[in-house]
Design a protein around this ligand. Structure first.
Ligand code: BEZ
Length: 239
């Protein structure tokens, strides 16, 4: 008998700075061609382990509740799990009709939820992490920018529900960094001082320390400046 060799296909995990892997998929809002359909917009592509599970249900209610807030920052949400379309539809209907979480109820999930029963998309995005589960996607969050580049990735294990304030904060921080050419320190939120990226030459370091009224430099490599919250929101939020 001929030995049957199992074909091991190693798919590299996408990384920050990579182009978002392309795919076509069926979703609860119709077919999508990703990321091309989202050109010019930020997208948060996220996976959850399974429909009809409690942590995922709490996350969907929370994300759907915040959808308008993300929309105002030019950001679309796209979910995915290794379930079929009819399971997705039934689960989203149940969420709307029956489930209340943290005071949120009658929540309609209007963003697309990808069916990925073949794991085609989940594998492309490194959402299957066999040490955690071979059959369910981990809780992955991919931030994809308007030109289709992956800008940030967060992974959580199955048992841990995500912090959606942090997901929103990360999105706003990246948009602020792009718009104002700054970086953001630990625990930054709009209205807090921002960081001036490190000086790249001795001349700039000297200039930073001696010149600027606008900057507050603790040392040549640690300079901050004020950036008004309203100025950020004015630049970022859709009117
Ligand atoms: C949940 O969403 O509740 C869940 C899913 C998979 C494993 C553990 C919890």
């Amino acid at each position: 008998m001929e030995a049957i060799e199992e074909k091991k296909q190693i798919i590299p995990m996408p990384r920050i700075g990579d182009d978002a892997p392309k795919f076509k998929a069926v979703t609860t809002q119709g077919d999508i061609n990703f990321p091309d359909d989202y050109a010019g917009k930020w997208v948060i592509l996220f996976s959850h382990p399974a429909d009809f599970t409690p942590v995922c249900t709490s996350e969907f209610i929370t994300f759907a509740h915040l959808e308008d807030k993300f929309e105002k920052t030019n950001c679309k949400l796209v979910g995915l799990s290794i379930d079929g379309l009819y399971s997705h539809i039934a689960w989203l209907r149940t969420i709307k009709d029956k489930i209340e979480f943290n005071g949120m109820k009658n929540i309609e999930v209007k963003f697309p939820l990808i069916e990925d029963i073949t794991m085609k998309v989940a594998k492309k995005y490194g959402m299957i992490q066999p040490g955690e589960s071979k059959t369910q996607a981990v809780r992955a969050v991919f931030f994809i920018d308007p030109i289709g580049k992956i800008r940030a990735i967060i992974y959580y294990p199955l048992s841990l529900g995500r912090n959606f304030n942090e997901i929103y904060r990360a999105l706003i921080a990246m948009q602020t960094a792009d718009r104002f050419s700054v970086a953001t320190p630990a625990d930054w939120n709009p209205g807090d001082d921002v960081i001036i990226p490190p000086a790249g030459s001795c001349g700039v370091a000297e200039e930073r320390m001696s010149l600027s009224d606008e900057l507050e430099c603790k040392d040549w490599f640690f300079c901050t400046k004020k950036l008004d919250k309203d100025k950020i929101l004015e630049a970022i939020l859709n009117k």
